[in-house]
Design a protein. Structure first.
Length: 767
């Protein structure tokens, strides 16, 4: 819709807006204010109620009108989210510039009901345009497309089968894409079937899969295309061969926006939905010092799993958070459920104890406004009693796991990680090979350098020397002296130029050029004989080049001092890191003994960051995390410690507390140190070659000993190397939250089993 354009002498305004918008959509309004060049304008928007302003963008540009005059254009773009259906008329926009004021026309927008479907049909069935030329259509759709962060949208996949292939299709399987930046919920019955008639009267059967998705961050979220795999027989025979097909759906787009800042109440924690709150106590009477169970229940629609814990403050009592529990309704595509937050309440004085109303602010996306869920105050009758002295230590000290009190630092690198170890193994066959080839000595001709060859040519008689030999020796000796390769001197002018760069004087460079010219004429002339005295002149010229060329740069004293300083400082830096790690380790041990398990876990985590190969730090981190109730971090710490020390019995006995059996743990991390196998293989390798050398000296046969000893050594070293790779832990993972594993990577596949928090899993493939 376009508003009437209002024009004054120096000012003009125009408004364009969306005619019709769905209740779950976003209306776009564009306001253009035009002024003469150099004159700034200001725009005053009207009240957008009952719309909610989602975003506003402003851009400027310069235009030239039909008369050649420069005009300044300011374009305002408003995105509005409706809160109710019906026809809405917005007041005019007011623009001012250079003392002039102008008003736009009123804007009328019709808000219609969400087109969720006729007769309860999903939106993908109602809105999808079917390609009647295709027997199988595969589409993806998200409804609504624009939602708030934390608000639910429905991701729908539709397979539309023509009635001619409905009964012939075989092995149809839809593979959902990897959904990032969203949280997905699968309903109990995600697949539904509908009948519809497309344009032209063709009948289709629609198989619709629905999944609830909740964006976790604002922005444009693109869900990749899904894949559909199916087969069709080539004939109508039951035993006919099949032809496989694969289709891809469109990408689905979700526009996620943050709830507005306007009207946001204090204490808002990001919860979105329609929420009600209630409080429950396990008793109506108590006694001072006796703990009671208090539960605050949040129920309603929304992303139940991410609802934050309410704030609770009760005068006259201490409250300690205990845990939370989520229950989802499994019979609806709309996410709905309850989340129970538990506290341990301990009265501190007798009399009437009032549990005040708990207020929980949330954002309601259907009304586009903030609300507060409130509980009803509760009253408890508290009798007198004795309040136990507050003690931060645990009462069950006898059941507390022991930790390592001595810090040994990082494990030393294994011997096979040193280059000298491999050099020794590489040298091991040398004595035997020397004895084997000692009986067949081979004379080797020593190759003389170009400078020596040139000197030798200068000492010969002139009639015994070819010009080509003198030329080759002179160019080669000069190339070595000035530090270039002979192919770089293919051109005649290259050697004088390179010699000048190396420090040779201009006179000597000119002599080089004359010498090369003389050599070329003699070498490529008739007979190829060198003129009288050419070799001596070439040698004298080379000596001049050798004198004038800059000497090769040596390592300066300053560089040596820097290197020596770094080498000397390395032990000091390492000692400083060791002292810091030792202090943190001692602090962690002290905090654990006092019962401050969270503080101890933080201290041991700091040690593991500074010294990642310290088994003591990882073992204590796991023990402190387990005592503090963090089973996932405990599993990570214990596994890291066991990977560093496979023979550590204390850690191997504690890992089964996280759910893995001792037998599976032995298969995952074998109790065999890889160093022993690798060193045994190295010893066998050296011993076999030494024995081979002894037998070779005695002129005995050595083939069997070489093959047998080398094979055994390689087997032991390879086994140790494979075990060392296993102990790197690249294929071991710790489950951070409870999840389900499906039988097949299909949308509606059955659940095979559930992965529990802190369980150990082996990673077979990464994608």
């Amino acid at each position: 819709m376009f508003g009437t354009i209002a024009v004054l002498a120096q000012l003009a305004i125009s408004v364009s807006a969306t005619d019709t918008v769905a209740l779950d959509g976003v209306a776009e309004i564009t306001v253009r204010v035009t002024t003469s060049a150099g004159i700034a304008s200001a725009l005053v928007p009207p009240s957008f109620r009952p719309f909610m302003l989602v975003r506003h963008a402003l851009s400027h540009q310069v235009e030239i009108d039909l008369h050649g005059q420069r005009r300044m254009l300011a374009e305002h773009r408003y995105s509005l989210a409706p809160t109710r259906e019906g026809s809405v008329v917005l007041p005019p926009f007011v623009a001012t510039a250079a003392g002039e004021t102008i008003r736009s026309a009123r804007v009328r927008i019709v808000v219609r009901r969400n087109p969720g479907g006729r007769g309860g049909r999903p939106a993908i069935v109602v809105r999808t345009r079917i390609d009647t030329d295709a027997l199988v259509n595969f589409r993806a759709y998200v409804s609504p497309e624009t939602v708030f962060v934390g608000q639910q949208a429905k991701y729908q996949l539709g397979v539309f089968l023509d009635e001619s292939v409905r009964d012939r299709i075989r092995r149809m399987e839809a593979l959902a894409p990897d959904m990032r930046r969203v949280m997905a919920y699968d309903p109990a019955q995600p697949l539904e079937v509908f009948q519809l008639t497309a344009t032209g009267g063709r009948r289709y059967e629609a198989h619709v899969y629905q999944r609830a998705v909740v964006p976790l961050a604002p922005g444009r979220i693109a869900i990749p295309p899904a894949r559909l795999l199916y087969s069709l027989p080539l004939t109508f025979s039951f035993f006919s061969r099949e032809e496989n097909y694969e289709l891809k759906s469109d990408s689905a787009i979700i526009i996620a926006i943050d709830p507005p800042l306007e009207g946001r109440p204090a204490g808002y924690s990001g919860s979105v939905g329609q929420i009600s709150a209630s409080v429950r106590l396990d008793t109506t009477a108590g006694r001072v010092g006796d703990p009671l169970a208090l539960t605050v229940r949040l129920s309603g629609e929304g992303n139940v799993k991410l609802w934050a814990r309410p704030e609770l403050n009760i005068p006259g009592a201490s409250v300690v958070p205990a845990g939370d529990r989520v229950t989802l309704a499994s019979d609806r595509i709309q996410i709905r459920g309850t989340k129970d937050f538990e506290w341990v309440l301990t009265p501190e004085r007798d009399g009437q104890l009032i549990v005040p109303s708990v207020e929980y602010p949330y954002f309601d996306p259907s009304s586009r406004e903030y609300n507060v869920a409130k509980t009803v105050p509760e009253t408890l009758s508290i009798a007198s009693g004795s309040l136990a002295t507050l003690d931060t230590t645990r009462s069950d000290t006898t059941a507390r796991l022991e930790i390592r009190s001595t810090y040994r630092g990082e494990l030393r690198a294994p011997l096979y990680a040193d280059e000298k170890f491999w050099l020794l193994l590489a040298f091991a066959p040398a004595p035997a090979l020397t004895m084997l080839i000692a009986r067949r000595p081979a004379s080797r001709r020593r190759r003389s350098s170009h400078a020596a060859a040139l000197k030798s040519l200068a000492a010969r008689r002139d009639d015994e020397t070819l010009a080509a030999e003198i030329r080759r020796a002179f160019i080669g000796a000069s190339a070595v002296r000035i530090g270039v390769s002979m192919p770089d001197l293919a051109e005649r002018s290259a050697l004088p130029r390179m010699a000048r760069r190396a420090g040779v004087s201009a006179a000597t460079a000119a002599e080089i050029e004359a010498m090369l010219d003389m050599m070329d004429r003699a070498a490529f002339g008739p007979g190829g004989r060198a003129p009288s005295g050419l070799a001596r002149r070439a040698h004298d010229l080379y000596r001049a080049i050798d004198r004038e060329t800059r000497p090769i740069r040596r390592v300066g004293t300053a560089s040596i001092v820097v290197v020596v300083a770094l080498i000397a400082a390395a032990p000091l830096i390492a000692a400083t890191r060791l002292d810091s790690a030792r202090e943190d380790f001692t602090s962690g041990v002290r905090a654990y003994e006092q019962g401050h398990y969270t503080v101890a876990a933080h201290a041991f985590a700091a040690v593991s960051e500074v010294a990642p190969k310290s088994p003591d730090a990882w073992a204590n981190l796991g023990t402190a995390a387990w005592a503090g109730g963090d089973s996932t971090l405990a599993a990570v710490g214990w596994h890291r410690a066991l990977l560093l020390e496979p023979l550590a019995l204390d850690v191997r006995e504690r890992i089964p507390l996280t759910g893995i059996t001792a037998r599976d743990l032995a298969a995952l991390v074998p109790p065999v140190p890889p160093r022993a196998l690798i060193l045994a293989g190295a010893f066998m390798w050296i011993a076999s070659w030494l024995w081979t050398a002894v037998r070779a000296a005695r002129r005995a046969r050595v083939t069997l000993h070489v093959l047998g000893g080398s094979a055994l050594a390689l087997f032991l070293a390879g086994s140790g190397w494979a075990l060392d790779a296993r102990l790197q832990g690249r294929d071991i993972g710790i489950v951070q939250r409870r999840a389900s594993a499906q039988v097949l990577p299909a949308l509606s596949a059955d659940t095979a089993f559930f992965l529990q928090t802190a369980e150990t899993a082996r990673i077979l493939e990464r994608r």
